[in-house]
Design a protein around this ligand. Structure first.
Ligand SMILES: Nc1nc2c(ncn2[C@@H]2O[C@H](COP(=O)(O)OP(=O)(O)OP(=O)(O)O)[C@@H](O)[C@H]2O)c(=O)[nH]1
Ligand SMILES: [Mg+2]
Length: 195
């Protein structure tokens, strides 16, 4: 559940981003950053140098206001290797409100998408969470590429639970505003539902 700070009038929400190598997770974060106005940009924090190491990326962004409360989204890309560190994994998953899956629409990546989905699902289950109870968004990136599959084909392949899905080209900021809007809408809906 999102954390509401009544003193500073801020709502903090945490999302984790999963997807195979090269699907465009980092580029999506850059695209989100390009969409937020400069005065509220805090930049992307990168710890570690590659996805093979103990590393993660963290992007805090402002996604607008609900009445006079500032909604802040904390986005993380946890690396595979944090799984080896139980404590880090626990911290990474604690207080999570939602999950963004960044898949690669290119035909050649379908197997890797499935593996990434299964691996992330396993980590989520180990953290005693479930995709149904979290706010879950599917993003099909690389839509500009020649062999990119249509949304309905990607959905058929990966999205059996019918989560909200969006086609994007993160490099050109195409479709990523829709993903960010969906995340904000889901968070606001949950806050209204539980308050
Ligand atoms: N044509 C095209 N290129 C993209 C798109 N999104 C990302 N890229 C490029 O694809 C490459 C991989 O994207 P990244 O964002 O680094 O992928 P990643 O998911 O962060 O990969 P890892 O950090 O290795 O897990 C980069 O060169 C991006 O600039 C897209 O929608 N279309
Ligand atoms: Mg990356």
């Amino acid at each position: 559940m999102a954390y509401v700070n009544f003193d500073s009038k801020e709502i903090h929400t945490k999302f984790l981003c999963f997807g195979p190598t090269g699907s465009g997770k980092t580029e999506t974060f850059r695209s989100f950053l390009r969409q937020t106005s400069e005065d509220v940009q805090e930049g992307m924090l990168e710890l570690g140098e590659s996805s093979d190491e103990f590393s993660f990326k963290f992007l805090p962004i402002s996604v607008g206001y609900i009445k006079d409360f500032h909604l802040k989204l904390h986005l993380f890309i946890p690396s595979q290797s944090t799984r080896m560190y139980e404590t880090v994994e626990k911290v990474m998953f604690s207080g999570v409100d939602g999950v963004l899956f960044t898949f690669d629409s290119r035909l050649k990546s379908m197997d890797r998408n499935l593996v990434a989905y299964e691996e992330a699902s396993e980590r989520i289950a180990q953290a005693k969470l479930s995709l149904d109870s979290l706010s879950t968004v599917f993003q099909y990136n690389h839509k500009d590429e020649k062999t990119a599959l249509a949304v309905k084909d990607m959905d058929r392949h990966l999205n059996h639970q019918q989560f909200a899905s969006y086609q994007t080209c993160a490099k050109l900021d195409d479709g990523t505003p829709g993903v960010l809007d969906e995340i904000s809408k889901m968070v606001i809906k949950k806050i209204i539902h539980t308050s």
